[in-house]
Design a protein. Structure first.
Length: 307
């Protein structure tokens, strides 16, 4: 189980770390950061903290399966806070692209489009504050009850403490539920808009394929994948907040980690500004590796070298 968790965390840390590094270098060079990069950087930073916290929890509390330990309330609070922050940051990203790409004739939305650069930092700050308030009841209302160590779901008979307070769980769900609704609504609007544009392009071209139409279809598939990942992650969060069985804790934790890591990889692969430097970096590292291998072979036996 730890191998699966560690693998997913490593992938997520690499993906989010690359996003933060790429946007950070661009910010240092240009001295400015576009609103989209600002949201991506904040989202990746929150996910780095969240994944790092999960890794620390597993290393500190779940490695010694013969001597299970209880999770402190403060650690549970930080887990809930960072997880809620990732949900709301992803919501900000979805709302931003919806406002940017979908045409709204209403004056209110037109003004919002013009003020996106001003709104984004405040939306990010608001996301952090909402996540903090949502997670705060964990400290004051959370009670502990025995449950099994998740690293030995079947074999172990030892107990540890885990969150099992319905009231704090309900408050946490109520505070996070609006993010789920907003993501669904904005994603549906985006998908409808993209499909409408793709249909109009197909009609104008008389059924002939065009690169722009392929881009629209690819964007729709990416949005659908994002909605699936976000929904799975939110359902896992609800399961963790309400249920306390060992299988629920294990499966929900894995789902949340995989969804966060998978979306980060998706963001890198779908963003040309990040994808191209990553490919060049990988090609450069591969070229240097092959060069070292070739130079390590004796010149007189290059043809027979099995490197």
């Amino acid at each position: 189980m730890l191998v699966i968790v560690a693998t997913a965390i490593v992938i997520g840390v690499m993906g989010n770390g690359f996003i933060v590094l790429a946007n950070g270098l661009d910010w240092i060079r240009s001295k400015t950061m576009p609103p989209s990069d600002m949201i991506l950087t904040a989202l990746s930073l929150s996910r780095l903290l969240f994944l790092g916290l999960i890794l620390a929890v597993h290393c500190l509390f779940f490695l010694d399966v013969d001597n299970p330990k209880s999770l402190p309330k403060l650690l549970i609070f930080f887990w809930g806070f960072t997880n809620a922050t990732t949900l709301w940051m992803a919501t900000c990203l979805s709302v931003f692209y919806c406002m940017k790409l979908v045409h709204f004739p209403q004056v209110f939305f037109v003004k919002m489009k013009l003020c996106l650069s001003w709104l984004v930092p405040r939306l990010l700050l608001g996301s952090v504050l909402v996540s903090f308030v949502t997670s705060l009841p964990i400290i004051f209302l959370e009670k502990s009850s025995p449950c099994r160590n998740e690293t030995r779901v079947i074999q172990s008979k030892s107990n540890m403490t885990c969150p099992n307070n319905l009231l704090s769980g309900i408050i946490y769900i109520v505070g996070s539920f609006p993010s789920f609704i907003i993501v669904l609504a904005s994603s549906v609007l985006l998908i409808r808009s993209l499909l409408h544009h793709a249909r109009k392009m197909r009609q104008n071209m008389g059924g002939v394929k065009d690169h722009r139409m392929d881009v629209h279809i690819k964007a729709v598939k990416t949005l659908v994948s994002f909605v699936i990942l976000f929904t799975a992650s939110f359902v896992a969060v609800v399961s963790l907040a309400v249920f306390s069985s060992s299988w629920t804790i294990v499966s929900s934790t894995i789902v949340i980690i995989v969804c966060n890591s998978g979306h980060s990889v998706m963001l890198v692969s779908m963003n040309p500004k990040m994808k191209q430097p990553l490919i060049r970096s990988l090609q450069g590292n591969l070229g240097r590796t092959l060069s070292r291998i070739s130079t390590s072979c004796p010149k007189t036996a290059v043809g027979n070298c099995s490197c």
